[in-house]
Design a protein around this ligand. Sequence first.
Ligand SMILES: [Zn+2]
Length: 70
Amino acid sequence: MFGSISTSRVYVVRCKRCQRDVPAGLPAFPPGSVTVLCSLCGELRRYRSTEVYLGAVNQIVRRQQAAKRR
Ligand SMILES: [Zn+2]
C-alpha cells in the first residue's frame, strides 16, 4: 500500500523529544527559524533552518496521514 507517496520528499525536522522525522509543514525552505508541532508526540518547538531538511517523514506519520485522508 505504499506506491504513490512512498517517494515523496517534504521538509522535515527531527523532533527533539521523540527523535522522529516529522513534517515541518513548509512549502519551501524557511529563511529563519520555524515552529513545528510534532504530529507524533505533540511537542511544539522552534527549529533553526539548519535543522530543516528535505527527507522522508517517519513511517508512523505517513500512516497517520494516510488514515486522515479517508
Ligand atoms: Zn515528537
